[in-house]
Write a protein that binds this ligand. Sequence first.
Ligand code: SF4
Ligand code: SF4
Length: 281
Amino acid sequence: MYGTGLAKGLRLTLRHFVESYIDDLRYGFRKYHHSTDNFGIRQGTQTKGVITVQYPDEKIAVPERFRFIPILIIEDDDHPTRAGKDWCTSCGICAKVCPPQCIWIVRGNDPNTGRPVPEPEGFFIDIDICMNCGYCAEYCPFDAIKMDHDYELASYDRTSHHIHDKERLSKPNSYWRAIAPTRAYDEMLVRGTWEHKDAAKEARRGGASATRSSALSSAARETAPAATAATAAATAAEAETAPAPAAEVEGATPWSEDDAKREERRRRALERKAKRAARGG
Ligand code: SF4
Ligand code: SF4
């Protein structure tokens, strides 16, 4: 009969319309918020009603394995011996495997000897070319490059803003653990430490090399071996515990930092770079 399909469609639309309000009441208008439970409900089979997300006012939390433009892992600012230190050793493997060849690395050199040092002087990714395949993260032998969750990177200036430099790419280890707790935990088990492999080596050597590579003040340098040992002990204890907790920020994700926060992070990264240069590499 003519019009049956139309009537069915309208009935379905009406049902979704009504169920939307019932669902909103059931979850107290919190179903779009970024908690794990609500995310599961919002994207699961139990979802009822209109499923339109009012972006950008509402944002659905992304799954842990979601991947967007890579980031470079650096040690946390409060790390006792390696604060702000790059995990990247500028080995160049990621640049080699990158299918569209959008990674450029400038290897660091010791200004006195001219010999290469295992950290990048510069690191650039053209985010307009990157296809988010994740190969760089898969192949990195030092867990130094990871795929981010921040997909809000649009800007009006594609010439400069879309070439991410090392300062823009660098994010602390704690950030990676917040956005990908399960993966970070699995990697930690394989690596045997929450820190970079070098930190474990330094701990074994009693912190001898930690003093060279960290941003410690001279007073802190004197206590580096003890601090490194303490970190190693804490790491061992931590390794026995459950996975790192997921980011529990109600209504926000760890990457949803505003421009001021991003600028502050960039400023701190440039400060660290200046300090490294002042130390002579
Ligand atoms: S990110 Fe990893 S693979 Fe790429 S240069 Fe650095 S250490 Fe090597
Ligand atoms: S995600 Fe893929 S395309 Fe993007 S930088 Fe890594 S390897 Fe290259």
